[in-house]
Design a protein around this ligand. Structure first.
Ligand SMILES: Nc1nc2c(ncn2[C@@H]2O[C@H](COP(=O)(O)OP(=O)(O)OP(=O)(O)O)[C@@H](O)[C@H]2O)c(=O)[nH]1
Ligand SMILES: [Mg+2]
Length: 198
């Protein structure tokens, strides 16, 4: 395990720890745990954060093997789970939390993979956001469609979705283009990097 100097030890830092450094830091806190009487009193370390940001992945890295489930969609971890790493440390994997946020709109949280696409109701907001970020030419090339001019009032999320749904043959029960299915597909492409935005 890597040694870290006393000066470097501490949680309130922007330093990105590698596995060895993080384990050394947690061990340091564990050894100096106030009131620790027996070796059975382990330091319990939890993870807190938005869904799909890599909390479970960090736990697996610390364990050195895959002990908790990981997925490329939010809401994979559904229950609180404790894992004894050794006689000093106990790790807790927790479900992600969607904090009320004034900085990020629901559309932004949807496009960065924090909210579940399958349960989304308003799909226009996230698709509008994607259209404002990804150039028209990239959208046309990716989905093999021809969009109205960008400065026209027909350059809308609804028309974009209808064009894709029609070209793919995704129809509703009443044989109109299925915008909701097209929206899910686009947002999934965006969150997985298939539709590139850099
Ligand atoms: N690019 C990148 N992807 C990562 C990293 N860590 C995890 N991932 C990926 O991010 C996705 C989510 O990882 P999880 O560990 O399941 O995320 P989580 O925070 O536990 O998610 P919930 O259980 O839904 O709260 C997976 O597809 C991981 O492979 C990282 O450091 N870089
Ligand atoms: Mg998880």
């Amino acid at each position: 395990m890597e040694k870290i100097s006393k000066k470097e030890l501490g949680f309130n830092t922007i330093h990105q720890f590698n596995r060895g450094e993080l384990l050394a830091l947690l061990k340091h806190y564990s050894k100096n745990l106030k009131g620790r009487e027996t070796n059975k009193d382990r330091l319990m370390v939890g993870t807190v954060g938005f869904p799909n940001v890599g909390k479970s992945s960090v736990i697996n890295v610390l364990c050195g093997i895959k002990r908790v489930g990981v997925a490329n969609r939010p809401g994979k971890t559904k229950h609180f789970q404790t894992l004894n790493l050794d006689e000093d440390l106990c790790l807790c994997d927790c479900p992600g939390l969607v904090f009320p946020s004034f900085a990020n709109s629901k559309a932004e949280m949807m496009t960065c993979g924090v909210l579940n696409i399958d349960t989304m109701r308003d799909y226009i907001g996230p698709v509008q956001l994607i259209m404002s970020r990804v150039p028209k030419e990239v959208l046309e090339c990716q989905y093999k469609i021809k969009l109205p001019p960008r400065d026209s009032d027909r350059y809308t999320a609804s028309i974009f979705l209808q064009l894709i749904a029609s070209s793919k043959g995704w129809l509703t029960g009443s044989a109109t283009p299925n915008e909701a299915i097209a929206a899910r597909s686009i947002i999934r492409d965006y969150t997985t990097g298939k539709l590139l935005y850099v």
